[in-house]
Design a protein around this ligand. Structure first.
Ligand SMILES: [Ca+2]
Ligand SMILES: [Ca+2]
Length: 88
């Protein structure tokens, strides 16, 4: 859980609200942390879809609570990837 917070904050503090991921921040988080997953999904709209799905309160940004939902979803979809990631 702690490493999740660290990853989230690394990206969330780049611009705007320090505790929320903007579209651009989310995109670089996904591309840098989940590049293999996105490549495997073979869907150029993937990031936008994820963003829309995640932004529960429709403020255009993803807060930590919303981010945790993403991780839960992706963990189910891609369990092996996250098991490998957490060991690094
Ligand atoms: Ca931000
Ligand atoms: Ca939101």
């Amino acid at each position: 859980m702690e490493s999740l917070i660290r990853v989230f904050h690394t990206y969330s503090c780049k611009e705007g609200d320090m505790y929320k991921l903007s579209n651009a921040e989310l995109k670089s988080l996904l591309q840098e942390q989940l590049g293999d997953f996105l490549a495997a999904s073979n869907d150029p709209m993937c990031v936008e879809k994820i963003m829309n799905d995640l932004d529960e309160n429709h403020d255009g940004e993803v807060d930590f609570k919303e981010f945790v939902l993403l991780v839960a979803t992706l963990t189910v979809a891609c369990n092996d990837f996250f098991e490998g990631y957490s060991q690094n």
